[in-house]
Design a protein around this ligand. Sequence first.
Ligand code: HEM
Length: 459
Amino acid sequence: RWLHKWYNPKCNGQLPPGSMGLPFIGETIEFFTPHSLNDIPPFISKRMKRYGAVFRTSLVGQKVIVSTDPEINYEIFQQENKSFLLSYTESFLEIFGQESLVKHHGMLHKYLKNLVLHLVSPENLKRNLLPEMDKATHKHLNSWAILGTMEVKEGSSEMIFEYIAKKLIDYDEMNTSPNKKLRNNFQAFMDGLISFPLNIPGFAYHACLQGRKNAHKVIKDKLNERRKLASKSEKNYDFLDNLIEEVDNVDSILTEPIAIDLIFLLLFASHETTSAAMTLAVKFIADHPQVLEELTKEHEAILESRENKNSQLTWQEYKSMTFTHMVINETARLANIVPGIFRKALTDVEMKGYTIPAGWSVMVVPAAVHLSPGKYDDPLQFNPWRWEGKELHAGSKTFMAFGGGIRLCVGADFAKLQMAIFIHHMVTKYRWRVIKGGDIVRKPGLIFPNGLHIKISDK
Ligand code: HEM
């Protein structure tokens, strides 16, 4: 009877077609099978062919409805906090923290999002972060050119982590001994993030939880260090001072565990996602000389219109980079850095003739839309020109690389600005070419198994 119940889940309506796979395990093993970048994940495409755009499955112990339908995806994002709630699996929350921003809803979510926007809102990027990002990018690319070669994923990851850790918790990664570096913990964390949740020594998930534990300790120490310092001297009201003031205010809803999980999420989300997108952009640009030529034209024109060629990049110049933004969008479309976006149905929801039962998870798969021939001509081709005359700065039913609705990525503007600054320096100041690596695997997160190595020198 139990097996019959497993294979035929209860539903007060028409459940989408599909299979629940093996008892307990479901179809998890096939879901995690590595595949190449350049296509819709085989797990998804096989089932789309068999069942259509919406189907049921079971992953890591959850009953899941998978949606590859742009209208349904859009509706799910719009129904946040009404019929659907952002809800990641228990193992995911174990990793990101039970007090993480991705766990909170309603007022607390709004409050936390506003805290983050103090740092990465367009206004703040323009006033504070752009000059700092520009300086950091210049400094790191210079050091790459002095070395002569660089692995782009590692180099860009290190670059972003260094300045965001300084900005968030006043942490100096550069002057920390190699075996104690905070970023090492995020590396272990990353390896296990999208893995089978087995908390046993030797498994990626276990290493991931260890990485999280170590990183938490460093963040907590930094908070306490600043607290002691702030009680003795003047505050400088940076992100950390503001956070501590809120935590110590008895009337505030911010507690220390929430603050630590927030910093942890931001440290991770900012450097891992953006560096993966930057690495992919370098690969695409290297593989498409015409794109490099067009980018060089756009950025040389920016330099020529300046009084002083060596002055810092301005917000107006950034806003004028139309082709660069087309390259960024095209990279994000093909990258599908977030392979699945999860929600939970709060009530039975009717969609296109099917019922999504209350309590079931829904997984939106951006790649199924971004790589669909019905939505994009020749969808596997890297072609920034397809964005000509199109909206470049907002999501849509057919472009959801940064999610949608009220959970839209709060760091999207940060990531785009960082990518644009990086491209600006790469094409105006340096000569570079790929010399090794460039393989890309999805597990289903994006992995560069042998990196992307470039030879780089001053122009
Ligand atoms: C290319 C880079 C990036 C991509 C592709 C990306 C993608 C996404 C996606 C798809 C979501 C929505 C998840 C959902 O709805 O469940 C999201 C949310 C989020 N992202 Fe990003 N992201 C990027 C960069 C960043 C950066 C740089 C930061 C931090 C500075 C960041 C912080 C966040 C946070 C905090 C959320 C949760 C927002 C919420 O729940 O309201 N992301 N991101």
